[in-house]
Unconditional design. Structure first.
Length: 147
């Protein structure tokens, strides 16, 4: 099996704090099913009764809705809740950047306030582990890095 070095960090400029590493495997870990959102295009097309099909006059990429699932850990219930609060505060900023590095190749995307939900029932509660599901609106084009 191939090892993948995945680093995911959020900026917290509006909070006056440094980066939050959400894949450090101590307080946070990215869960399977994260990332891979589809980029869609908004197209302006024109047609005519004298031709088949339509012609695109311009197009632009829409904002991407990136799904990120974060496992949040802690030694006790107070610590895990503090880690959840830090994560939620980071994604509730009006805007922030997400830095994604895979095996040293990284991209930085501009993001806006995320929607979120949390699972913390049953076994997760007993194990001091919550799962936070984020839907992050991000730019389709990286600020840093090339697609």
């Amino acid at each position: 099996m191939v090892d993948v070095d995945l680093d995911v960090q959020l900026t917290r400029t509006q909070l006056g704090l440094g980066y939050l590493n959400i894949n450090d495997h101590v307080n946070y870990a990215i869960a399977p099913g994260s990332f891979g959102a589809q980029v869609t295009w908004q197209r302006n097309q024109v047609g005519s009764i004298y031709q088949d099909d339509e012609i695109t006059t311009y197009r632009k990429r829409n904002k991407v809705m990136e799904n990120i699932i974060v496992e949040v850990f802690g030694d006790n219930n107070v610590e895990v809740q503090g880690n959840v609060d830090a994560l939620i505060a980071a994604v509730l900023q009006s805007n922030f950047d997400i830095l994604i590095s895979v095996n040293g190749v990284y991209r930085v995307y501009a993001c806006e306030t995320a929607d979120y939900g949390m699972k913390w029932e049953g076994n997760r509660f007993v194990a001091n582990q919550f799962q936070v599901n984020l839907t992050v609106p991000r730019s389709p084009v990286p600020k840093v890095g090339v697609l």
